[in-house]
Design a protein around this ligand. Structure first.
Ligand code: S3P
Length: 176
């Protein structure tokens, strides 16, 4: 099944929410961020969900949210760990276009260091943590993505433009 609107994947800090909002405006489609959706439904912050239910409990909620949202006609931003579960990867593959926002751990660490709302880096050692996440997840992002944008090199506006051009060629652009 080919979706009209893209789903964004990539590590924390890659710009999924920021670029997703820009895309949603340009494509005149609603924007949904999976993390924000979970937070609203649970009435708890991401750190509170991790604390109360553990990472496993968060991942269960994340998969449930993805199942609920993936087929909607919206621009969808996911959390960085969405590709960790095979069932999520299958869903992503079945609902193209999936766009991977890629940036180096060094660039990402500068952007998100000290962000208390991201439990996976809350204990410090942000760069080492991101390097490890990148090592594990890079092949998974690769396996799910229809298109890759290097957001470390581009402004959010430039990244958005590059995605719009891809969507045009993919048959899913504003006119699509
Ligand atoms: C996570 C990324 C976060 C959020 C949670 C776990 C991850 O989303 O889902 O803290 O495993 O990389 P962002 O990528 O939007 O920061």
């Amino acid at each position: 099944m080919r979706r009209r609107f893209p789903t964004l994947i990539g590590l924390m800090g890659a710009g999924k929410t920021r670029i997703g909002r820009l895309l949603s405006r340009r494509l005149e489609a609603p924007f949904i961020d999976v993390d924000e959706w979970i937070v609203r439904h649970e009435a708890l912050s991401i750190p509170e969900i991790f604390e109360r239910y553990g990472e496993r409990g968060f991942r269960e909620r994340e998969s449930r949210a993805l199942r609920e949202l993936i087929a909607r006609p919206v621009v969808l931003a996911t959390g960085g760990g969405i590709v960790m579960r095979a069932e999520n990867r299958r869903l992503l593959r079945r609902h193209p276009p999936v766009i991977w926002l890629r940036a180096s751990p060094e660039v990402l660490a500068e952007r998100i260091d000290g962000d208390a709302n991201r439990p996976l880096i809350a204990t410090g050692g942000t760069l080492a943590r991101l390097q490890e996440l990148a090592r594990v997840r890079t092949p998974l992002y690769e396996a799910c993505a229809d298109f890759v944008v290097d957001t470390g090199q581009l402004t959010p506006e430039q990244a958005c433009q590059s995605i719009l051009e891809f969507l045009g060629s993919f048959g899913a652009g504003p006119e699509g």
